[in-house]
Design a protein around this ligand. Structure first.
Ligand code: ADP
Length: 544
């Protein structure tokens, strides 16, 4: 037994679904059709997988990586590893190859569970994976792949013939790591964070509250946020705990796939980044689908334009704005109107609703101005948002220096510059992190700049986050050429050079040539000045 209170374990979220909601469904879309099973089936398959993990020789505390879409198999990994005291590392499938290699090596993943269509990516990096002892392909039963991955296992084969019950540990120390993932660093390689049983359970309870994600057994959730991205914002846990039907969009979902799922599965709630909702809007407006079941859309990861919220609301679908990050499991703020603010005219209601929102229960926040003191709650004074609480991580995984920089005084310094108003609504005004957030995924401007500066004709280069009507932000390269060089053909050369190292979605859509990059008083590249001048480059291009 434990010498403190009863421990908080992810296992109990799963047991609740098994005991109370064994008839409720988990639905996954695959290109060939929909896969459907129940929480009862989920539990039995988690048990089989737990046996399979034992057979692979995985010990307590060891890590397994997943390289996968949102599917029922990924959900099984979400439970089988933590519930047997191992750790699931959800590898981001969209990051550059170099980052995949780094995150898998850093986490020391012993096995990688890979979706069948993602196998080619892992084949390209496998020589550099130092700790992986085997690959498990997730494909339909009986399907075989031509692949150079070795040793190779098939997920469905591993589960076959395994027992449908498993004796999970009776208690797990709640401080035990259960899952981990990585977040982009401003410079250098991604940084890892670990999520504990305790943190996951408390976060799950908190996001389930009516004023947060408003979870209920009666709801049907579409889990659009990738499961490799900050625990899919906690929904795989909150749905299972509450018994809500969950709908997983599977490999490469298109906006039309999402619309069809909402219609066919009668989805009531969903959550994701603004780019996804912008794309779905076209499907809604096409009138091809009956989306009348949809009651609410949670939007976060980037700030949604007010016009997007209004467009959804004109179709009778309220949008709720939320904010968080990898370091916070991720939910920190949710923007719902307090009852007495609902009497305000719509115009003034939006003033609050576009803000990132009110702090979740149990978290503590400070907004610290340049003077080092907390700012006034006047909605105007700017300061950096600092956080601490039961689901704010304490540091980066095996990164002492980066941990000291960001968590040194016991507070997590978010790097987000915000205001806080008299009602407590927090609004993001700026970001100190030198990163570009495009469609909910990060791009490192510093890495692109360094790569561009390696071009022989380039004197100086800066990559800024320029606003974009579809992707929220897109990289724009600002380049000063060496004496005697002309821009002729250089844009294409730069893009080709970058394409050899980075995924295509990292490439700057455009390159602007300037005589000189402006400098700050201490001689650094003045990105703010460039952002002022070129920040609307893509918006203007669209309008022009
Ligand atoms: P996620 O995108 O899943 O929330 P990340 O760790 O990738 O998590 O990104 C976190 C950062 O994204 C925050 O520090 C903030 O800069 C930005 N962000 C998250 N939510 C919002 C939002 N609603 N509005 C503006 N920026 C946001």
């Amino acid at each position: 037994m434990f010498d403190y209170e009863f421990p908080l374990n992810i296992n109990d979220l799963l047991y609740r679904a098994r005991d109370l909601f064994s008839r409720k469904e988990v639905v996954t879309r695959f290109p060939g059709g929909v896969h459907r099973y129940t929480y009862g089936d989920l539990y039995r398959r988690v048990c089989r997988l737990a046996h399979a993990l034992d057979r692979l020789g995985l010990k307590k505390g060891e890590r397994v990586g997943s390289f996968a879409w949102n599917t029922h198999r990924h959900l099984e990994l979400y439970y089988a590893l933590p519930c047997t005291e191992r750790v699931l590392h959800t590898v981001n499938i969209r990051i550059p190859h170099e980052h995949i290699v780094h995150t898998v090596n850093k986490a020391r993943d012993r096995f990688l569970f890979v979706d069948e269509d993602l196998v080619p990516i892992i084949e390209r990096v496998k020589e550099r994976l130092e700790t992986v002892e085997g690959y498990v392909v997730m494909a339909p039963p009986g399907k075989r792949l031509q692949t150079s991955l070795s040793p190779l296992y098939y997920y469905e084969d591993l589960l076959e013939d395994q027992g449908e019950d498993y004796s999970f540990p009776e208690f797990i120390d709640e401080r035990t790591p259960a899952l981990m993932c990585f977040t982009s660093a401003t410079t250098g390689l991604p940084k890892g964070v670990e999520y504990t049983h305790r943190g996951v359970v408390l976060h799950t309870l908190a996001i389930s509250l009516p004023d947060a994600a408003n979870m209920s057994e009666r709801n049907t959730l579409l889990l659009v946020v990738p499961m490799f991205h900050v625990l899919c914002w906690g929904y795989p846990f909150a749905c299972t705990m509450t018994g809500a039907k969950q709908v997983l969009p599977g490999p490469q979902p298109t906006p039309a796939d999402l619309a069809r799922l909402i219609q066919d599965e009668k989805v009531t709630h969903t959550a994701g980044v603004p780019t996804v909702w912008l794309a779905l809007l076209e499907e809604i407006e096409s009138g091809k689908y009956d989306l009348s079941s949809l009651k609410e859309v949670l939007v976060g990861g980037s700030a949604p334009p007010r016009s997007l919220m209004e467009a959804y609301e004109s179709h009778g679908i309220p949008m709720v704005h939320a904010y968080g990050m990898t370091e916070a499991y991720p939910v920190v703020l949710v923007s719902r109107l307090k009852s007495y603010l609902m009497d305000l005219p719509p115009e003034e209601q939006y003033r609050f609703r576009v803000k990132q929102g009110l702090l979740m229960p149990l978290l503590r926040a400070k907004v610290v101005g340049e003077s080092g003191r907390e700012v006034a709650h006047d909605g105007r004074e700017l300061g950096e948002l600092w956080l601490r609480g039961p689901w704010i991580v304490k540091g980066y995984y095996r990164e002492e220096e980066k941990t000291r920089e960001t968590f040194g005084d016991g507070w997590y310094h978010t790097g987000d510059v915000v205001t806080i108003d008299q009602e407590g609504y927090i609004q993001i005004a700026d970001r100190t992190k030198d990163l570009i957030k495009s469609g909910g995924e990060w791009i490192s401007s510093v890495e692109l700049e360094n790569a561009i500066m390696a071009h022989p004709a380039v004197k100086e280069a800066v990559v800024i986050a320029a606003r974009h009507p579809k992707w929220d932000e897109r990289p724009l390269a600002c380049v000063a050429l060496k004496e005697g060089e002309t821009p002729q053909g250089k844009k294409e050369e730069i893009r080709e050079m970058l394409a050899r190292r980075f995924p295509s979605w990292w490439l700057p859509d455009d390159v602007v040539f300037v005589d000189e990059i402006p400098k700050t008083s201490v001689g650094k590249f003045d990105k703010k000045a460039l952002r002022r001048e070129f920040g609307d480059h893509y918006v203007r291009a669209r309008e022009g």
